[in-house]
Ligand binder design. Sequence first.
Ligand SMILES: Nc1ncnc2c1ncn2[C@@H]1O[C@H](COP(=O)(O)OP(=O)(O)OP(=O)(O)O)[C@@H](O)[C@H]1O
Ligand SMILES: [Mg+2]
Length: 303
Amino acid sequence: MSDLAFFERDDSLYISCEDLFKIYKIADLEVVALRGLDLKVRRGELMAIVGASGSGKSTLLNILAGLDQPSAGRAYVGGRDLLTMSAGEMVEYRRRSVGFVWQQTGRNLIPYLDALQNVEIPMILAGKAKSFATKRGKELLDAVGLGHRLHHKPNQLSGGEQQRVSIAVALANDPPLLLADEPTGELDSVGAHAVFDLFGELNRQYGVTIIVVTHDPSIAARVDRVVAIRDGRTSTEIFRRVKQDGNRAVVVHDEFVLVDAAGRLQIPREFLEELAIHGRARIALKDRHVEVLPESTREEAIL
Ligand SMILES: Nc1ncnc2c1ncn2[C@@H]1O[C@H](COP(=O)(O)OP(=O)(O)OP(=O)(O)O)[C@@H](O)[C@H]1O
Ligand SMILES: [Mg+2]
């Protein structure tokens, strides 16, 4: 079944990436930033993406934001095909269908405009009346807890406050999707937690689908799901689940390794090192599990 048919049948799916590749070419050098990445995101989900530096997190987010095009594979957001969109459709998509928050606080806001004017700008660019933009701008700044800072310029706000204004700017045109690339990278832990809590509130209040890239390990407690990216592919996934323990509700995290349609999965590097597996291993189907053994294991030892 094609992805588009899937979207028509299952409207709970909002994002679907399959076997996604992004290759950057600089002169003769090719960098494979995404190598066969699979990712599905539900409508209204609040999820985080983690991974080492250079693993492809920003590349993925830029593609989902319509700022960059993939080299190959499939990428659909809300039923739109990101590989075949025209330049004009891409501009429209960026303007109405997605909000983006950068790590660098300075990149999100116009320095000589105050908080309210910053939130009004995207609405005015989208053709809304000034009176509408002012009313909604105030509502959004209230929603991010900055109703009392409407006329402060960015340099008169703390880093955390600037990021909260940036989130209000990103939501100005009511996009169904909010993407944030390390939005708390320049903040202390108090500011970071305020931003993460705000994502939770906005997700519940407006039903906006949110993907946040972060290095902060405390994120797992604040989102529905954490997906780890390793070497340009999704590798593991952690789900948050509420379990009943007697009459107490406790939050537990279930961790899974992802298996793609071709049956590929990533074995954690620590396991490979521990077992001295390099390039080749033995695999056997056992009673309800699969066994992976170093190549050097003698056959009689396996049987
Ligand atoms: N515009 C570009 N041109 C060439 N190579 C690039 C470009 N952007 C990213 N890359 C390369 O692609 C790979 C993935 O980069 P990406 O920015 O997606 O990583 P990241 O996971 O966001 O890392 P970080 O945590 O450091 O932000 C890296 O090896 C990077 O050097
Ligand atoms: Mg990055």
